[in-house]
Structure formats: structure tokens, C-alpha cells
Design a protein around this ligand. Structure first.
Ligand code: FAD
Length: 465
């Protein structure tokens, strides 16, 4: 009898009969892939080219009932499970060696109610797909800044984006969700039903169940005024000072980012990015200081459809490249912080590398720290130390550089990190998950024990009960 080599949840390897697997496959509406099947290699690949894992089985779920079957099958056979939304996670938590990947990528249903300004969206949608549909009605909600990111992983960790100053994080706009729990139940979670789980999935969702669809609140959005202004690094000190002063006082309609990167001419540069959501005339006035305080190398800020600003970083961070990421949260850019950013910005290990700061403020920081599992409710920037290469031979070099830069930044950052920006808490140390949840960690342990007492959902930035 033939069998597949599988990995169990406690890390052991053993065989599983093909006949048992066939029976599971025949019950699914979606497809089940094994090693060697056509499409297997494409399905196991994730955004970060550093991650190269081979699950034993990939269940390409077509709906919630497939997800329930996959959870029950995994439980019955003690299979290690990973859950894939968009596969965009830095640490590659959506794929494991030898486990069952529950792949939601085919679940792309989306239904907009323009009168109520809400949308029902399945968990396999990517940002670009979601925005395209909601923008057909002139509506949007906060999501991240790369169109190929999955809405699920992003929302379940928090979800920073261009609209967070005005409309809060992605998770703040979740009105309701459908969750498949570790014991295979299907629960609706919202403010009235299963409210503890509703609280938990808004920041720590990957630990608590599999969300198969979300209901989000939508807002009228676009066109927006946005884009990037690029300055030479020789002006870096003034640029970052201006950026920080601007960001600390800007209205909710603006969200900002700053990047230390390599300009198209090959020289290090500082880019400021912003998006204004509201009247374009007013936006021109508000964004002026970012564009005029010195002579830029390029000013690419312009009125544009919201779906266009959402593509701003797509070219810079394509899927399949080898990336490393270390992250922390910083409240303001002090002189020592600016010095460190410029020192490392001048010494990026490759021209594809960057250090990026993404702003959280306004509506997103007015939510109480204990109101959702996402706890970092104060004005700040999430720093991404983000080296990258297309050359496998440079992998060690970029990792070393990323760690060194992050270590150097420690005196100026908070002991806090956005969970979705963590590289791999297993490698970084369990304390980093605590840093990601701060004062909410203890409550999350209680909720984890209630909904996932055996730590069935383990391929994530794991909360240990
Ligand atoms: C280039 C780049 C830009 C980014 N920009 C932003 C940004 O602007 N704002 C921001 O907030 N974040 C941003 N991120 C971080 C992003 O939020 C995370 O990478 C997020 O994990 C991606 O979600 P995903 O569904 O694509 O990932 P996946 O790798 O599929 O999943 C990530 C984690 O969530 C779990 N998961 C996925 N789907 C589900 C589900 N339906 N139910 C339960 N668990 C699930 C997975 O098991 C895994 O642990 C960015 C990341 C990158 C690489």
C-alpha cells in the first residue's frame, strides 16, 4: 500500500496511507495536492523566496465546509497544519515541511452592500482584488500597501495602511467574521456573538481559528492625493526631521511613510510617501510641506485613483525575491534615531534593500489598547528593516545586516512590535510574541486555551497557553 510521509503536530514523521488521503480528497469541493502533482510547486511557494518548504498535502479549499473537513482530517491524523491566506508573511508561516497546508487562496467571493457600506469578503482575496471590487462603488476600507498581500493575514494581525489615520486599522473595520475553530465548529463572531473570539481575531487571529470570511465596514474613498517625494541622503537629517514633525501633527486624512533606499541613479536616498484622503485641493495644501522644504530629486505626488496608490510599492517588493525583515515600533524620530537610520540607510547591503517606517495615528491610535487584541494604540511608526536580494549567495549577508541594523536601533525603539512584521518569533525568541501583544497577552492566553487548548494552530507567531 502506498503512503505519503507526513509530519505530525508534535514534529514526528510518519506515513499516511494514500487510500485514507484519497477518501479525504474525494469529499472536498476543492482540490487536494500531493508532492509531485501538477500545480503543487506553484501552490507551495510563498512571497518570501527565502522560504522553501514542502508540505505533504495542500488542500485548496473551495469554501467553509472544505476548511471544516481539512481541520477534522488533520485532527484525526495528528497532522501539522498551516493556514494560507495570501502567503505574504515574512516568516512564511503559511507553509510547513510535511504538514497539511489549508490553502484559502481560491476563496475569493466578495459581495458589496453599497447602501449599508459593508462588504462580505472571503479570506482568499488579495488586497488588489478586494480594492478593485469595492472601488467600483467608490468605497474602500483600510488595507495594507502591497496589492498581492492577503486580506486575511493582514487583517487578523491588525492591518496598517493609507487609510488608518481616518478610518482605523483593517481589524477596526471588521464587523463580523466566520471562524472555523480547532475542533471543527463554524462560529460567527461579532460584538454580540462569541465576543471574546471577536476581540481576539482583531490582532491575533492566526492563533485562534481559521477565518473563512469577513464583513468589513466601507467608506467613500478616492481619488486621493498621494505618492512619493525622493530626496538625496545628503539632506537626510532635515528630511527625516521634517517628516517626523509633519507626521506628528498631520490631520487624520493623511497617512505617511518614510523609506531609506537606493534611488534609480544608484545613490542612497530618503523617500517620503503620503496619501491624503479627502478634497484634492485641501490635500495639495496639507502635503505641501513634505514637497517643498528642500529641492527633491523627484516629486511623484499626484492625484490618482485609490487603486493606483495601492500599487505604489508593488514593483519594489515583488514575490519570489529573497527577503529578511526585522521590526520594532518607534514613537518619534529623535536625533539619535535619525543618526542611526541615516548610518544604516547609507550602508544598505544591496540596492534592493530598504528601511521603511509606516505611520499609525489618528483613528487607529484613538482605539483603546484593550479594545482589540492589537494593542499598540499610540501614535508611532512601525519600522521595517528590510534587506533583500535576488542572489541566493547573498542570503547570509542580508540576514547579518538586518540583525545588526535592528540591534543598533534598540536604544531608540519601544519594546513592542507589530505581529505581522515579525520575522520568526521562534528564531527571535518567544518574548517577541509578548512584545507583539503587550498588555493583551494574558487575555489572549485565556482565549487561546478556550478555543485552541491543544495548540492545533501552531504555525503562526505562537501564543503559548
Ligand atoms: C511587502 C510587504 C508589505 C506589507 N505591507 C503591510 C502593510 O501595509 N500593512 C500591514 O499591516 N502589513 C503589511 N505587511 C505584513 C502583512 O500584513 C503580513 O505579511 C500578513 O501576514 C500577510 O497576510 P497573508 O494572508 O498574505 O499571509 P499568510 O502568509 O498567508 O498568512 C500569515 C499568517 O496568518 C495566518 N492566516 C492567514 N490567513 C488566515 C485565515 N484566514 N485564518 C486564520 N489565520 C490565517 C497564517 O497561518 C499565517 O500565520 C506587509 C508585508 C509585506 C511582505
Amino acid at each position: 500500500m502506498s503512503e505519503q510521509r507526513i509530519r505530525t503536530i508534535d514534529g514526528k514523521e510518519r506515513g499516511l496511507d494514500d487510500a485514507v488521503i484519497d477518501k479525504f480528497a474525494s469529499g472536498l469541493r476543492g482540490q487536494l495536492l500531493r508532492r509531485g502533482d501538477p500545480g503543487y510547486d506553484a501552490a507551495r511557494k510563498v512571497w518570501n523566496g527565502m522560504v522553501d518548504k514542502r508540505p505533504a498535502l495542500i488542500a485548496r479549499c473551495a469554501g467553509t465546509s472544505d476548511v471544516v473537513d481539512a481541520v477534522r482530517f488533520a485532527r484525526e491524523h495528528d497532522l501539522l497544519v498551516s493556514v494560507r491566506g495570501g502567503g505574504h508573511n515574512y516568516a512564511g508561516k503559511s507553509v510547513s515541511d510535511g504538514g497539511l497546508m489549508i490553502d484559502l487562496g481560491s476563496m475569493k467571493g466578495i459581495q458589496i452592500d453599497p447602501a449599508r457600506r459593508t462588504v462580505q469578503a472571503q479570506a482568499g482575496l488579495r488586497l488588489g482584488e478586494f480594492d478593485r471590487e469595492t472601488q467600483a462603488f467608490g468605497l474602500a476600507t483600510t488595507l495594507g500597501v502591497n496589492t498581492d498581500t492577503g486580506i486575511a493575514g493582514l487583517t487578523l494581525g491588525g492591518g496598517y495602511g493609507w487609510l488608518d489615520g481616518k478610518y482605523g486599522l483593517a481589524c477596526d473595520n471588521v464587523l463580523s467574521a466566520v471562524v472555523v475553530t480547532a475542533d471543527g465548529r463554524v462560529l460567527t463572531v461579532n460584538a454580540d456573538e462569541n465576543d471574546d473570539l471577536y476581540w481576539g481575531i482583531r490582532g491575533a487571529g492566526a492563533n485562534l481559528g481559521i477565518v473563512t470570511s469577513f464583513e468589513y465596514r466601507l467608506h467613500p474613498v478616492g481619488p486621493v492625493l498621494g505618492g512619493m517625494v525622493i530626496y538625496p541622503i545628503s539632506k537626510g537629517r532635515d528630511v527625516l526631521r521634517c517628516f517626523d514633525d509633519f507626521s506628528s501633527t498631520c490631520p487624520d486624512e493623511v497617512s505617511t511613510a518614510a523609506l531609506l533606499l537606493t534611488a534609480p541613479d544608484g545613490n542612497p536616498a530618503v523617500a517620503l510617501a503620503a496619501c491624503y484622503t479627502g478634497s484634492l485641493e485641501q490635500g495639495e495644501r496639507v502635503l505641501k510641506p513634505l514637497r517643498t522644504f528642500a529641492q527633491p530629486l523627484a516629486d511623484l505626488i499626484a492625484p490618482q485613483p485609490y487603486t493606483q496608490i495601492q500599487t505604489l510599492f508593488d514593483e519594489a517588493w515583488p514575490p519570489g525575491r529573497r527577503y529578511y525583515n526585522k521590526s520594532s515600533i518607534i514613537r518619534r524620530l529623535s536625533d539619535p534615531a535619525i543618526n542611526l537610520l541615516l548610518t544604516y540607510g547609507r550602508a544598505l547591503p544591496t540596492a534592493l534593500s530598504a528601511i521603511a517606517l509606516q505611520q499609525l495615528h489618528g483613528a487607529a491610535s484613538r482605539v483603546g489598547a484593550g479594545d482589540t487584541a492589537f494593542p499598540h494604540r499610540y501614535d508611532h511608526y512601525s519600522i521595517y528593516v528590510h534587506p533583500a536580494t535576488d542572489d541566493a549567495g547573498e542570503s547570509e549577508k542580508i540576514v547579518r545586516w538586518g540583525r545588526e541594523c535592528w540591534d543598533a536601533l534598540q536604544p531608540v525603539v519601544e519594546r513592542a512590535v507589530y505581529v505581522n512584521a515579525l520575522e520568526d518569533a521562534l528564531a527571535e525568541g518567544e518574548g517577541r510574541v509578548r512584545d507583539a501583544y503587550g498588555p493583551n497577552y494574558a487575555r489572549l492566553v485565556t482565549i487561546k486555551k478556550k478555543y485552541d487548548p491543544t495548540n492545533f494552530f501552531t504555525s503562526n507567531q505562537n501564543i503559548k497557553g
